[in-house]
Design a protein around this ligand. Structure first.
Ligand code: G3P
Length: 300
């Protein structure tokens, strides 16, 4: 069925965000139940210096609240409904610990965000489990100055031409271990150059099976997806070493997270339940169930 063998990493983008509200325990639990190798989470810093999970600058899309995350304080967060409240990084790292690996996407934040991030990773003794990624090169360089051992991934937008990407790659190879390009910009030339510079290539965000297969055949090292169950199936089937059976410890871990996810999902909107997700196309939704246009999905 598959033309290639691959051990590509399954990265659950904002958790299993096709099926549960993004960047929540439900989404992360479900991702681990579905066999994701890593969970990706977006971080922003509040006015009083707490790192919390939030992709957009405001809470509008996820909680119907137009306030900026950067202007909130602990007291404001506590007042939000628990299922809509951004999680603290400490809570996420505390809950999953060594049981998974993390791609922490640091969104533009006030100064000190990098320092607080590095401190939290050290406090939880998770330096071997965390990759820090960002679109912002400066931010990654600051993390690198604070801790040379943390692996870093430079995210690249889809607006870059191959030549621009190539220039960036030569520069980021000084401090990063990988790149996260937009899937549409990935081809054998980009992968070849990245690998020649010892950079891994993990494109975002891919939900269609055909596109997953295409990228795996090109030789990517991992893929960000909202639907980790789909990618897990493909990667497992394409890897003869794992295609025959899932180890018992793995099955146990997945059952544990499935139970946890079910408990949380029981409290969220039905529109997020797996059976409600159309298989051919996945969109990011607001908590209120609205479908969002690409322009509304704020990148930074
Ligand atoms: O983590 C890669 C991917 O998350 C970057 O895109 O839109 O989620 O910030 P975005």
């Amino acid at each position: 069925m598959f033309k290639v063998e691959t051990k590509a990493t399954v990265i659950a983008h904002r958790g299993a965000s096709a099926y549960a509200p993004e960047n929540t325990f439900a989404a992360y639990d479900l991702a681990l139940a579905m066999g994701a190798d890593k969970i990706e989470l977006d971080l922003r810093m509040t006015a009083d210096g707490e790192l919390v999970t939030a992709h957009d600058p405001t809470l509008w899309r996820t909680a119907g609240d137009s306030r900026l995350v950067s202007q909130l304080r602990r007291g404001d967060l506590v007042e939000l409904a628990p299922e809509l409240r951004p999680l603290t990084l400490d809570a996420v790292l505390g809950r999953y610990g060594q049981r998974t690996r993390y791609c922490v996407d640091l969104k533009p934040s006030q100064s000190q965000a990098e320092r607080r991030l590095v401190r939290a990773i050290r406090r939880h003794r998770l330096r071997s489990n965390v990759v820090v990624q960002s679109f912002c090169e400066q931010s990654l360089r600051r993390v690198n100055e604070l801790d040379r051992t943390l692996p870093l991934v430079q995210l690249l937008t889809d607006e870059l031409s191959y030549e621009e990407s190539a220039r960036r790659l030569h520069r980021v190879a000084d401090f990063a271990s990988g790149i996260g390009p937009a899937a549409a910009t990935v081809d054998t030339r980009l992968i070849g150059l990245a690998h020649s510079l010892s950079l891994t290539v993990q494109p975002y965000t891919v939900n269609e099976e055909a596109e997953m297969l295409h990228l795996l055949e090109l030789g990517v090292d991992g893929i960000f997806t909202d639907a980790p169950d789909r990618l897990r199936r493909i990667v497992t089937a394409a890897n003869p070493a794992t295609s025959t059976r899932t180890p018992k410890s793995c099955q146990h871990r997945r059952r544990h997270f499935r139970r946890q996810a079910d408990v949380v999902l029981a409290h969220v909107e039905m529109s997020y339940r797996p059976h409600a997700v159309r298989s051919e196309r996945i969109h990011h939704h607001s908590v209120l169930g609205q479908r969002l246009t690409k322009a509304e999905r704020v990148r930074n």
